[in-house]
Design a protein around this ligand. Sequence first.
Ligand code: NDP
Length: 332
Amino acid sequence: MAGREFCAFLIEEQEGKAVASRRKLTTEALPDGDVLVRVAFSSLNYKDALAVTGRGKVVRRYPMIPGVDLAGTVEESTVPDFKAGDQVVVTGWGLGERHWGGYAQFARVKADWLLPLPEGMSLKHAMSFGTAGLTAMLSVMALEEHGLPFDEKRPVVVTGAGGGLGSMGVAILSRKGYCVAASTGRPPLHEYLRQLGASQLLDRQELASDSGKPLESERWGGAIDTVGGKTLAGLLRGMAYGTSVAACGLAGGAEFSTTVFPFILRGVNLLGIESVMCPQRRRAAAWNELKQIPSSLVEMMTTVVPLSEILPWCDRILAGQVRGRVVVDVWA
Ligand code: NDP
C-alpha cells in the first residue's frame, strides 16, 4: 500500500541543539514495527518536555518524534493478536526516546508494546491517564504490596501533587479510601486537590526544608514521591515504622542525600517505580485498576492541546506550572 501522508511534530539536532517543528511525513518514513497505529491522542509528560526542549538527555537518536505514550486504532498489523480497527494504548518502551513516539498522526510499533484499550475507556480518557496514571497506579500497587495502612492519623503523602503524576496519585489513593496529604508549592491548587480527594494539604517547603535531625516524628503512613531531592529526604525522616515510599520522580532534583536511620531504625522501604520497561502483565493489571477512577475526576485533571501548542506547554510543565494532565490531540 502506498505511504499515507500525515502530520508530525519532529525534533532534529542542529549544532548540538534540539530544534522542533511540525512536518508532513509519509508512513513509509516510520520505523519498522509489526503494527501501524492511527494515533488519536498522546500526552505531555515531564520527560517529553525535556526531550522537546533539549533540556534533558532523553532523546537517544535524531530525528525523533517525541511522545512517550499514545492511544489510537490499529490501521495495519502483521500479527494475529491485533487487527485493523482494534483500539490500543502504548506507554514507554523507549517511545519518544529511541523509537518515534506519539506526537504524530501515525506510529509504527512492536506488537509486544501494545495493550488493548481497557474496556469502557475512550482513547482520550486513556491518554488522560497515560504514563502518569500508569506510574501512579504502579506506585499504589507497590505500596499496597508492602502494606499500606488506612490511618487517618498517618496519611499517605503525595508530593508534586499539582502535577500529572501527583494528581493521579491523589485521585487513586483517595478513591481507594486512603487518607491523603497532598504536598504542593501552589496554594491556588488546594481546592482542586481537595476535589481530587486530598484531606490534608502541605506546603512544599514543609518537606523540603532540612530540620538537621536524622529522624522526625512518625507522621506518614506511606508516600508517592514525584519530586525527589530534598523532598524525598524530608519524607523519609517523617515516615512511620515499617512504611514505604514509592519513589517515581525527580521534578525537584536527582540528588539524594539522607542517612541510613529511616531504614535501619524505622524499617522504611524505599520502592523504586519504573514504568518504561515494566512487564506487560503488570501494566495490564494497572490499567485495569485505572478503570475505577471516575471520569469526572479524570476530566477535571485534563487539558487538551493541539500539536501546534506543544512548545509553550513544554515550557510550562518544566516551570512546574501545569495542573494535572495535558493530552495532545494530534488531529486538532
Ligand atoms: P509535572 O510537571 O506534571 O509535575 C511535577 C510537579 O512537581 C509540579 O507540578 C510541581 O507540583 C512539582 N515541582 C516541579 N518543580 C519542582 C521543584 N523544583 N521543586 C519541588 N517541586 C517541584 O510532571 P509529571 O507528573 O509528568 O512527572 C513528575 C516526575 O515523575 C518527573 O520527574 C518525571 O520524569 C517522573 N516520571 C517518572 C515515571 C517513572 O516511570 N518512574 C513516569 C512518569 C514520570 P506542585 O506545584 O504541586 O508542587
